[in-house]
Design a protein around this ligand. Structure first.
Ligand SMILES: [Zn+2]
Length: 110
């Protein structure tokens, strides 16, 4: 039942209401290639259709909303095996502010 990263990315976009063409553009694949990926995710989740798959994935906690712009978002990138410093949605800035705050706290505690 483990979804691949690719299936997860596709399912996340389905959950956001993206069309197959939009998914294809976003993930640099063909619109034709989206359908079998969605069908695989549906099968793996034991769902009856795509909306059902999105629902089940949410219940299973595997489609959590991605968080960006702070320490939690930064560490979430690390957990997903991504480079957090490459995030363009505010994670590097949020992490720098977090680290500066921690440094300040340590200085005050000393
Ligand atoms: Zn981020």
């Amino acid at each position: 039942m483990n979804l691949t990263d690719h299936e997860l990315r596709v399912l996340r976009l389905v959950a956001q209401g993206s069309t197959h063409q939009e998914i294809a553009d976003e993930l640099v694949m063909t619109a034709k290639g989206v359908t079998p990926t969605v069908n695989r995710a549906i099968r793996k989740l034991g769902a009856r259709n795509a909306p059902h798959a999105v629902h089940l994935a949410h219940l299973a906690g595997i489609l959590r909303r991605e968080r960006h712009g702070d320490h939690a978002g930064f560490t979430a990138h690390v957990r997903r095996g991504e480079d957090p410093w490459a995030c363009t949605q505010g994670c590097p800035e949020g992490e720098r502010a977090y680290r500066a705050g921690r440094r300040q706290q340590r200085k005050e505690a000393a």
